[in-house]
Write a protein that binds this ligand. Sequence first.
Ligand SMILES: [Fe+2]
Ligand SMILES: [Fe+2]
Length: 358
Amino acid sequence: MSTAAAPDRLVYAREELLASGGYDAPLIAGGVRCHGGFEASGRYRSPRTLHRGPAIAAWQARLAREGAPLIEIPRALMPPQYPNVAQSTLLLKHGVRDPIVRTLTIISIVEGFGAVIRDVRIPKLGEIVVEPIEGTALAHLGEGLFEAHARDESGFKDEGGHKQMWEAARDLALEKPRIPGDVLMRMMGRSASRGRRPERPFPMLDETLERMLALMAQVLVVEVFAEGTFAWGVELLSNPEVSAAPEAAGNMVRFVQADEKPHVEYLRTALSELRARTLRTVDGKTIAGREVVDRLLHRILREITRNRPREQREDIRESLIQAMQIVAKPQALLEEFDALESQWTPPERTGFERAAAA
Ligand SMILES: [Fe+2]
Ligand SMILES: [Fe+2]
């Protein structure tokens, strides 16, 4: 990341956190001008990181100076991608492309949904948080951090973002495949059928604060777990046996992967800052930020690690079996496919239960 700003500077203007600086060459993906670009050395540099990168580093250094730990989501909690790389490779080698096209399209749509982060309402943190928040990531959420995140995910103005970059990776590797018409509808169907009622684990907290923190914790976990999806994408789409553009398609996913780093870092920094502070409740008392943040993370991690592998499987299983019918011996292919399935049991503990039990 660039070092255009002093390494210890803690306060930034919104325009600074949204600034990319100049590039030597733009990133063009599938004919679409995308965000980010290349330095003279040919190295890819993520968008909006000119000041955002040094800013996050400075806020993290401050946390460390103050002896406050930085939240770490254990990698062991990350469920495997379904279908995994071996299964996906097997399908593509047999010409069964529809499930992979479907999976890649779902990823691009989910990336685009990331833009909702700019609509999150931010409470008056200065009034709710007991300790000062000046010079923290927390104080900059509405001052460029959420907006930069939204632009990275869904693009901004005439520049494509992650949505367009995943579409480009898919179209490069699989040569502009036909996109099943029901991808979005199926996704909507499942989120509707979940029908969870918005519970309030912290009714004593300002509701706007509770909603914002719940969303930030959710997005942090999704961003960390996305690492598994990126590793899957890079490996699969870089394989010349199944990808028509192993270098270009693999690189496209690598660029998205690089862009995600600031998302994980600012979210865990802001949540860690809040975790080290005290919050005023609506009934005039106080609650430790740690109790709130850890309980939210525990709930989300337990829910995702228990349900996501099954949901991901259910999402694709039916259309997968159907897509296999184009080969001469679909049953044999299905058996070979199932034998390659990753065995995974979610760890017993999330690591955040101490405060969660309080
Ligand atoms: Fe993204
Ligand atoms: Fe992201």
